[in-house]
Design a protein around this ligand. Structure first.
Ligand code: ATP
Length: 536
């Protein structure tokens, strides 16, 4: 990771404004440092060499007070802009990452846990980068130059010593950075894996408990946590050791300057004012570089997260069509779908579905029924062949407009925490109560009943009916149903099938179906051959 990744400025607009403000504040601070050193050198010389009294010192002290107040003001402004910019940049990056995740859909490279870690804790770690690292980086570029510009006319030898020893610090920093970069990336990936695993385990806790595997999972989490702790400690060790090396280097360099100044002061080659000016300014030239090194480790996690975010933002989104959504027959022309990381085909299908037809997709488990619906929704793209709608290739149709024409009831509909009516209203604008009644939802609950996360509080059959109510509300010409009666008892299934029958009137309906009664609802059956997708 570079000290200042240009992609950060490209993606986060607030970072650009912040950098400009930080440079301006850095110049002001460097000028104040030089002014403070000059005033101190004059003041001390006046007292010790010329025995100046309080009255004679008053102007110098007055200006010193102004300079100190100025430094406080700059530090305050820096802190305030850093916090504001960090918040702005983080929310910009979060928005972009979430938008890209949404656009990538099923093609997103990161697991859910990794994505959650990235947009929460990962990007939060950028605080240290903005508040500590970046200002010091700017100061490290500005302060030595301005200090040297002041020292060259005053004492060329001291200026040359500083100019020769200063580059040693960045050289060591680069060497240390090269060593820690991979470790930081590894640490962030491990954290993402831990989050993913944790999320998965929490979601599956009832199952794990039931099969007596909860303890084994606790061991797995303990093992990954221990790895994470070891890596963190290793990073911290490197951070402390590298700070020590940089401190030592800076101290030796200042000592070199001080010895030279002392010798020349004793031999009378240098006056006291200049000697004091050099002695006060020399440590200031090294300070920002040392601080950059020390702050690099604090911000490394944020930088690693930002690098992950940029990788995600640079993952190309499959080109989306722009054509208007047409009416007409849905045609699968030698469509083959493959999933990344799987060998073999998940779906192979050639079929034609006329408008207004109710079609059942049947076949053994894993033959690609859900995949066919996902391909119709545009969630997965065919590896070969194409789907056309009224003769227009689906790939060229604007996805938003196309999906607005579809009501989809997936196999496991996702319900959100909220009331039953709010969940139904996700289907679209319109008569929620009417849609709920058509799907038979109010037979087992009322619209104001509050559901927990993922719709806790409803049975599988009741969830299916809420999902069907969404489809009624959507009032779309094409309805895709993915085994809406799977796992339901005969009575509940009959209720859901009544709702499906009502929904099918006047619409094109494609049902992925196993149950004979559900298949019997269809005008026609399309049998899928067993697919051959196997995990790699
Ligand atoms: N997201 C995915 N990533 C990788 N492989 C997948 C994914 N979804 C499905 N598959 C694989 O694709 C094949 C077809 O799956 P699909 O879910 O379409 O079958 P199905 O006919 O709907 O099955 P079922 O009747 O059990 O619901 C299966 O072999 C499955 O393992």
């Amino acid at each position: 990771m570079r000290p200042l990744d240009p992609r950060l400025l490209r993606y986060a607009r607030s970072a650009r404004a912040y950098l400009a403000v930080t440079v301006a504040l850095g110049v002001a601070l460097a000028a104040l440092i030089v002014a403070q050193a000059t005033l101190l050198a004059y003041g001390i010389t006046a007292v010790f060499l010329h025995g100046a009294d309080a009255a004679a010192l008053a102007p110098v002290l007055g200006w010193l007070a102004v300079v100190v107040a100025g430094r406080c003001l700059v530090a305050w402004a820096q802190e305030v802009t850093a916090v504001r910019c960090a918040a702005g940049a983080k929310s910009e990056l979060r928005r972009l990452v979430l938008a890209r995740l949404a656009a990538l859909g099923a093609n997103r490279p990161a697991s859910t846990g990794a994505a959650v870690t990235l947009v929460t804790r990962g990007l939060d770690a950028l605080d240290a980068y903005f508040a500590r690292y970046l200002p010091q980086l700017v100061l490290a570029a500005l302060v030595p130059v301005i200090v040297l510009a002041r020292l060259v006319p005053a004492d060329l030898i001291a200026a040359a010593t500083i100019a020769l020893t200063l580059p040693l610090i960045p050289v060591f920093m680069v060497l240390i950075g090269l060593h820690t970069q991979a470790a930081n990336r590894r640490q962030f990936r491990l954290l993402a894996r831990l989050s993913h695993h944790f999320l998965d385990v929490v979601a599956g806790l009832p199952t794990l408990k039931l099969f007596g595997r909860a303890r084994a999972q606790a061991d797995a989490i303990r093992r990954i946590s221990a790895d994470q702790r070891r890596l963190t400690m290793r990073t911290l060790r490197t951070a402390f050791l590298s700070s020590l090396v940089l401190e030592l280097l800076a101290t030796l360099s200042v000592a070199l300057v001080a010895v030279g100044v002392g010798l020349r002061l004793v031999s009378g080659e240098l006056d006291l004012t200049t000697a004091l000016l050099v002695l006060i300014l020399a440590p200031e030239a090294y300070l920002p570089l040392r601080q950059v090194g020390a702050n690099y480790h604090a911000s490394a996690e944020g930088l690693a997260a930002a690098a992950e975010a940029f990788e995600l933002l640079e993952t190309p989104v499959p080109a989306a069509g722009t054509a208007a959504a047409p009416d007409g027959a849905l045609v699968f022309e030698d469509v083959v779908v493959r999933y990344p990381g799987r060998d073999g085909d998940a779906l192979r299908l050639s079929a034609r579905i006329e408008p207004g037809e109710v079609v059942a997709l049947t076949g053994p488990s894993g033959c690609g029924k859900s995949t066919a619906l996902a391909a119709l929704l545009g969630l997965v793209a065919p590896a070969s062949g194409r789907i056309t709608v009224g003769g227009v290739p689906l790939a060229t149709v604007e996805p938003g407009a196309w999906r607005a024409r579809i009501a989809w009831v997936p196999q496991r509909p996702h319900l959100f925490a909220g009331t039953v009516d709010e969940n139904i209203a996700l289907g679209g604008a319109g008569d929620v109560a009417g849609a709920a009644r058509l799907a038979g939802v109010y037979g087992f609950t009322d619209g104001d009943a509050v559901l927990g996360d993922d719709g806790t509080g409803l049975s599988a059959g009741q969830r299916q009916r809420v999902a069907l109510a969404r489809a009624f509300l959507r009032d779309a010409p094409i309805v895709l149903l993915d085994e809406p009666t799977a796992n339901l008892d005969a009575g509940t299934a009959a209720g859901v099938m009544d709702a499906v029958r009502r929904l099918a009137r006047g619409r094109t309906v494609v049902i992925a179906a196993h149950r004979p009664e559900l298949i019997a609802l269809a005008d026609r059956v399309i049998s899928l051959a067993p697919a051959a997708a196997v995990p790699r």
